[in-house]
Design a protein around this ligand. Structure first.
Ligand code: XIL
Length: 351
């Protein structure tokens, strides 16, 4: 039997995996039970999954994951109360069914804003009241910082932003605190948190919100990273910045792509991926987990964005960017048949 990752890191942090409901049984379910002590829904708890139409809730997939976590005494991260993707359109339609963003009349814009923030509050209230006893950490907002051509504050100019300014972020955290209670752990989650100027924009926003009394307990670092990017130093600095504010850091969506950006998708199957690349990946995992164990960085959780290489969103990205629409990535420590890779041994600290 292969030694359990979760047990190995018992004294440091829980080890989680993102899952679809169909993965909490059968072979992936068994791997989860053995190697992980935390789960998060890859898609099943996003707004479009839970409330596809206003007031029409679909709990089935989410409930399956919650029940699995309960039955196996695992932690549960909630992802995500708010995002600009995978949010149903009805959120942003006014009372007449027109897009709120198109409204030019000032008074109506104000009314729309109120309506949108009310819908957000209702969504959060309903979800939080259902799951609050099961959830250990909440991604309250996801990806609110822009890294394309950011405005001065670096705030993403999503529909949320266009209609409410930064108020949607404040409303989301206050609502989460109100309904989940004082003990709930509330996170602001984002990718490329290591990279300037995004990192500083995130930092400045968090400082501003905290000064204004907005309840934030920690920063979720998605950590969709590559073999040589970002540098370990950049990662360390980012964790340090937030730890120095007294916040928790959680690694929320870890995967280490074998490609650069954009992904070439040059390898079409697992068999085509050269062994040397998997060795480089192992070294990368080793340095990362060494960093994560540095107590001064206050890293309280590490979740992979999947279990084995047979199911990863990075395949979609490789296929999207490759010349022929095909391509295979291999970001995890377990291969497509859940066998250990060099990265597993690296993470476990022996080679
Ligand atoms: C991804 C899922 O993995 C895909 O299955 C889905 O099609 C799109 O979303 N950042 C996030 C996650 O916060 O929610 C995303 O998950 C990956 C990037």
């Amino acid at each position: 039997d292969v030694k359990s990752m979760a047990e190995h890191f018992e004294d440091y942090f829980p080890i989680g995996a993102a899952v679809e409901p169909f993965q909490v049984e059968g072979e992936p379910g068994a791997v989860l039970e053995h190697h992980y002590n935390s789960v998060v829904a890859e898609n099943a708890m996003k707004p479009v999954s839970l409330q596809p139409e206003e007031g029409e809730w679909d709990w089935e997939g989410a409930d399956q994951i919650v029940e699995f976590a309960r039955a196996n005494d695992m932690e549960l991260r909630f992802h995500t109360l708010l995002w600009h993707n995978q949010v149903p359109d009805w959120f942003f339609l006014d009372e007449d069914g027109n897009p709120m963003v198109d409204e030019e009349d000032e008074e109506k814009r104000e009314a729309n804003k109120e309506l949108l923030l009310e819908r957000l509050d209702t969504h959060i209230k309903t979800v939080v009241e259902r799951y609050k006893d099961d959830v250990d950490a909440w991604d309250v907002v996801n990806e609110v910082i822009d890294d394309g051509e950011p405005n001065e504050r670096g705030l993403r100019e999503s529909v949320w932003y266009q209609i409410t300014g930064d108020e949607y972020i404040r409303t989301a955290f206050h609502a989460a605190r109100e309904y989940a209670g004082e003990d709930a752990l509330l996170f602001i989650n984002d990718y490329n948190t290591e990279i300037e100027p995004k990192r500083t924009h995130l930092y400045n926003l968090v400082v501003e919100l905290i000064e204004d009394g907005v309840p934030i307990d920690g920063v979720g670092h998605q950590s969709h990273i590559q073999l040589g990017w970002p540098t370990l130093e950049e990662s360390r600095e980012s964790f340090e910045m937030f730890a120095d504010l007294g916040l928790e850091n959680q690694v929320t969506e870890l995967d280490v792509s074998i490609y650069g950006w954009p992904p070439s998708g040059e390898f079409k199957s697992e068999e085509e991926i050269p062994a040397e690349i998997l060795e480089v990946q192992a070294d990368r995992y080793e340095e990362l987990f060494e960093l994560y164990r540095d107590e001064s960085l206050n890293i309280t959780h590490v979740t992979f964005w999947g279990i084995g290489d047979n199911h990863t969103w990075l395949d979609d990205r490789a296929q999207e960017h490759s010349d022929d629409g095909e391509g295979k990535d291999a970001p995890f420590v377990f291969d497509t048949t859940y066998h250990v890779k060099p990265a597993y041994y690296a993470v476990m600290g022996f080679e």
